[in-house]
Design a protein. Sequence first.
Length: 244
Amino acid sequence: PIPGGLRDGLMVVICGTVLPTCDRCVFKIDLQCGSCPSPHADIALHFNPRFEEGGCVVCNTFERQNWGREERKYEMPFFKGHPFEIRVLVKYVPILLISPHTLIILCSPVKTVVNICLFVCLFVCLKLGGSHARDLSPVWFRFHVNLKWGDHIALHLNPRFSEKTIVRNSQLHQSWGPEERGLPSGMPLHRGQSFTIWILCDAHCFKVAVNGQHQFEYNHRVPNLQQIDRLEIGGDVTLICVQV
């Protein structure tokens, strides 16, 4: 179940792996309104990759016990035995589904969606929030991600591969504060591999995850978070996409 249902602006991140031994070569993800099996609950979004039909992704809506018109995308972004990430951005007009290789738009109401149902051929974890996806260059030294306003840096993320850590800090009034370096699970970034960073801002701290795994929290050092208005990314890294 989704606590409180879907809300405008909410992002659902679904990470998993398509099983290499999948018999039916198909899986589906449903955003549905309740869990009643009979009559079946309405489904605001039915997302159904099909490997057997030449490779396509089928989207549809199930309402009042009837399926709507299918929408098909024939650029299959999924492969058996490979990991994937799907991000669903909830809007009251279209629902946007974003994968590394495709963008599918399906218009559907979302006010009563309360459940996510996942079936067949995948391991899944769910994350809610925005994301910043990047690719490490084959030759690298360092890169940084900064959340800023003016000349001030509220959050500075600086992976240092030679030191096997991600340094966190703030620069306020031209002065750096004390560094934070601890990584309980070890360095999550590796040379030449794609990765995704999530930065979630709550009332007391930034929560940072890499590839769906929580890494650390960073307590706020600035009193007014609303003044942060810039994202800066630089260094030895190739940008794929940014979503806020």
